[in-house]
Design a protein around this ligand. Structure first.
Ligand code: C2E
Ligand code: CA
Ligand code: CA
Ligand code: CA
Length: 281
């Protein structure tokens, strides 16, 4: 075989091409998905440990793709962020979540994930104000979950937006706490209502029963729970899957839990049934 530079280059080209094409395809499909009503929200309940009652739900987006079936947000949110589509998609999430929450038989809070790009777009506060008023949902029942990414370019505008939301009565949570490099400094930058302790720390507890786990998960959870108590913030442990993890988390003083043990994220109808059933917490 001839091994000139060209043939080597051509060897890699088809694979690269296929990836680019798949990405373009996804992008084109995603641009039409809103109009075609292919997005939907699942809701994952959060339990308060003080009284073992459901206190809220996190809205998690899914995409019912005509050929691929139900697509995980991990497979399209990053691209949506990259190409700016996250702004209209995020607006749909906020409106839909407020509408759904207003129809629940109990006044649970609803949490939505908000991406950095939505904070840059200028429309976030207006979107939230109009979604609340259209749905007739009190601001205090809406929660906005942000990751460090939002505060990374910690500019005046982002902080101003967060304070405007707080002034409206919307609650603000720090998501995936502990995974970034400067989680602590962000707690000082803004008075969050809630800290969501990243699932990785929960996975790392119970070192005896889970030999692969790092032993420090429990100590970190204890420290974050203490921090939350001192700062007057709710602390939610994410990704709780076992009774043993729940037991430890309770002992370490977290206020709330969320995870498959309590419930997987549910379609809106299933959540309604759960909330409507009188025998549930
Ligand atoms: P996240 O905000 O950290 O959401 C929690 C994720 O953990 C969800 O994955 C949830 O289904 C999953 N989870 C909950 N409990 C457990 C558990 O016990 N075990 C395990 N293994 N996983 C659990 P999901 O729904 O696939 O969402 C992934 C990420 O996609 C979210 O992470 C969030 O960053 C993003 N996302 C989801 N919906 C939206 C949205 O509407 N807007 C934006 N901007 N991002 C979203
Ligand atoms: Ca979240
Ligand atoms: Ca999280
Ligand atoms: Ca996450």
């Amino acid at each position: 075989a001839k091994l000139d530079g060209r043939s080597t280059f051509r060897f890699f080209e088809p694979a690269m091409d296929a990836r680019m094409q798949a990405r373009r395809r996804l992008e084109l499909d995603m641009r039409q998905a809103l109009a075609r009503r292919e997005f939907l929200l699942h809701y994952q309940p959060q339990l308060s440990l003080a009284d073992d009652r459901l206190v809220g739900c996190e809205a998690l987006i899914r995409w019912r793709h005509p050929e691929r079936g139900l697509v995980s947000p991990l497979d399209f949110i990053p691209l949506a962020e990259e190409i700016g589509l996250i702004v209209p998609i995020g607006e749909w999430v906020i409106r839909q979540a407020c509408r759904d929450a207003a129809s629940w038989p109990r006044p649970l809070s609803v949490a939505v994930n908000v991406s950095p790009a939505q904070f840059k777009s200028d429309r976030l506060v207006e979107t939230i104000v109009s979604a609340l008023s259209l749905a007739g949902l009190p601001a205090a029942r809406l929660e906005v979950e942000i990751t460090e990414g939002v505060l990374l370019q910690e500019n005046e505008k982002t902080l101003h937006t967060l304070h405007r939301l707080r002034d409206l009565g919307v609650r603000v949570s720090m998501d995936d706490f502990g995974t970034g490099y400067s989680s602590l400094s962000y707690l000082r930058a803004f008075p969050f209502d809630k800290i969501k302790i990243d699932r990785s720390f929960v996975t790392d507890i119970c070192a005896q029963t889970n030999p692969g786990a790092k032993a420090d998960g429990e100590a970190i959870i204890r420290a974050i729970a203490g921090l939350g108590r001192s700062l007057g913030m709710t602390t939610v442990a994410e990704g709780v899957e076992t009774e043993e993890q729940l037991h430890r988390i309770r002992a370490e003083g977290c206020t709330d839990v969320q995870g498959y043990l309590i419930s997987k994220p549910l379609p809106a109808d299933d959540l309604l049934r759960l909330l409507g059933a009188s025998a549930t917490p």
